[in-house]
Write a protein that binds this ligand. Structure first.
Ligand SMILES: Nc1nc2c([nH]c(=O)n2[C@H]2C[C@H](O)[C@@H](COP(=O)(O)OP(=O)(O)OP(=O)(O)O)O2)c(=O)[nH]1
Ligand SMILES: [Mg+2]
Length: 317
C-alpha cells in the first residue's frame, strides 16, 4: 500500500432487529457534519482488528465480541486517499453512545440514504442492504405451476433475494412468468431480480436487474434508474472493474468451484476469488458449487455472501 494511504477500520454495529449504528462527524474534522459508521485510522503496529476494537471503544464505549469482514476498498478523497476496511459487528458489550460528544442513531439499512453520509459510503450501504444469500432459479421448464410451487417453498426457507433466470423464454413468455413470480415474491418481501430491461422490471414490479458484464462494456456510467438494483455477472477482475465503472450495485463472481452445468470453466477457488474481488468497491457474491454452508468461508474471502441455483432450490435440478 502507498505510504500516505490512510488505512481506516470501520465498524457497522448491527442490532438484533437489523438496524445499524451511525454517528455524526464532529464539525472540525474532514467531512465534518456528515454521518459515518464509527471507526478511525490504524496506528503503527496494530492489526486492523485491533484498530477496530480500539476505535469502537474510544468512540462508542463498546467492547467487540463478534465481527466479520464486510467490504474493503480504496477511495480517493481530494486531499487524502483512504483504504476503508469495513466490518460487521454483531455482538458487543456495553451500551454504545457518542463518547466524543458525537450524535449517534440506529437506522434501518434501507433508510441510510436519508442521511447525508460520507461520499465514499455507497458500497457500504449496498452491502448492508443486500442479504447474505442470492438465490437463482433453475430454468422453469414447461410446467410453470410446479415451478411456482417450488418457488413458494424456496421463499418459505428465508431467501430474500431471487433472480428469475429463464434464458430459454422469449421476452413475452419471460414477462408473463415474471409477473406470476412477482405475485409470490412481492407479498413475502422478497426482492425479485429479473433479466432483460428496466421497463420490464418496472412493469412486473421487480426490485432490480441482473445483467452480464458484457452488457456494460460500452458504459462508463449507469444505464439503470438508481432505485433499482443492478447486479452483474462477472468471471474475473476485469469484469468486476467494468461492472463498477458501469454503475453496478453488486456483482456475482463465478465459478468458485466447477459445477455440472459448466464442467469446462476453470474454477477460481477461494484464493482466486479473494484475489479477483480484492478492493473492488462492490458487494460481490460467490457463485459456482457453493451454498449456505460456505458462508463463513465466503465472508473471509471478501464475499458479500453466496449465490447459487442448486444449493437453494427445494428440489434437485
Ligand atoms: N470512520 C469512518 N471513516 C470513514 C467512513 N467513510 C469514509 O470515507 N471514511 C473516511 C473519512 C476519513 O478520511 C477517514 C476516517 O478518519 P477519522 O478522521 O475518522 O479517523 P479517526 O477516528 O482516527 O480520527 P482522529 O483520530 O483524527 O480524531 O475515513 C466511515 O463510514 N466511517
Ligand atoms: Mg473516527
Amino acid at each position: 500500500m502507498h505510504a500516505d494511504v490512510l488505512h481506516i477500520a470501520v465498524g457497522c454495529l448491527v442490532d438484533p432487529d437489523g438496524r445499524v449504528l451511525i454517528a455524526r462527524r464532529p464539525a472540525d474534522k474532514p467531512g465534518g457534519g456528515k454521518w459515518e459508521f464509527p471507526g478511525g485510522k490504524r496506528e503503527p503496529g496494530e492489526s486492523i482488528e485491533q484498530t477496530l476494537a480500539r476505535e469502537l471503544d474510544e468512540e462508542l464505549g463498546v467492547s467487540l465480541q463478534d465481527t466479520r469482514p464486510l467490504l474493503r476498498f480504496h477511495h480517493a478523497y481530494r486531499d487524502r486517499p483512504v483504504l476503508l476496511d469495513i466490518h460487521c459487528v454483531t455482538a458487543w458489550t456495553g451500551e454504545p453512545h457518542g463518547r466524543e460528544g458525537q450524535p449517534v442513531a440506529w437506522c434501518e439499512p434501507e433508510r441510510l440514504t436519508d442521511y447525508d453520509l460520507l461520499s465514499a459510503n455507497k458500497p457500504i450501504v449496498d452491502a448492508l442492504c443486500l442479504p447474505a444469500a442470492y438465490a437463482i432459479s433453475p430454468e422453469p421448464g414447461p410446467d410453470h405451476a410446479a415451478f411456482l410451487a417450488q418457488l413458494s417453498a424456496l421463499i418459505a426457507s428465508d431467501v430474500r433475494l431471487l433472480r428469475l433466470r429463464a434464458n430459454e423464454l422469449a421476452d413475452p413468455a419471460y414477462e408473463a412468468l415474471a409477473t406470476e413470480v412477482a405475485r409470490v415474491t412481492g407479498p413475502a418481501g422478497v426482492d425479485l431480480i429479473v433479466d432483460r430491461d428496466a421497463a420490464l422490471c418496472r412493469r412486473v414490479g421487480a426490485a432490480g436487474l441482473h445483467w452480464p458484464a458484457s452488457r456494460l462494456t460500452a458504459a462508463d456510467s449507469r444505464l439503470v434508474p438508481s432505485d433499482l438494483w443492478l447486479i452483474v455477472s462477472c468471471h474475473d477482475r476485469a469484469e468486476l472493474l467494468q461492472a463498477h465503472r458501469g454503475g453496478a450495485d453488486a456483482a456475482v463472481l463465478s465459478p468458485v468451484r466447477s459445477t455440472p452445468t459448466h464442467p469446462d470453466a476453470r474454477p477460481l477457488d477461494w484464493p482466486g476469488f479473494a484475489e479477483a474481488r480484492a478492493d473492488v468497491p462492490l458487494p460481490v457474491y460467490a457463485l459456482g458449487g457453493v451454498g449456505p454452508a460456505d458462508l463463513d468461508t465466503a465472508w473471509h474471502h471478501g464475499a458479500q455472501g453466496v449465490s447459487g441455483i442448486r444449493a437453494f432450490w427445494p428440489v434437485p435440478v
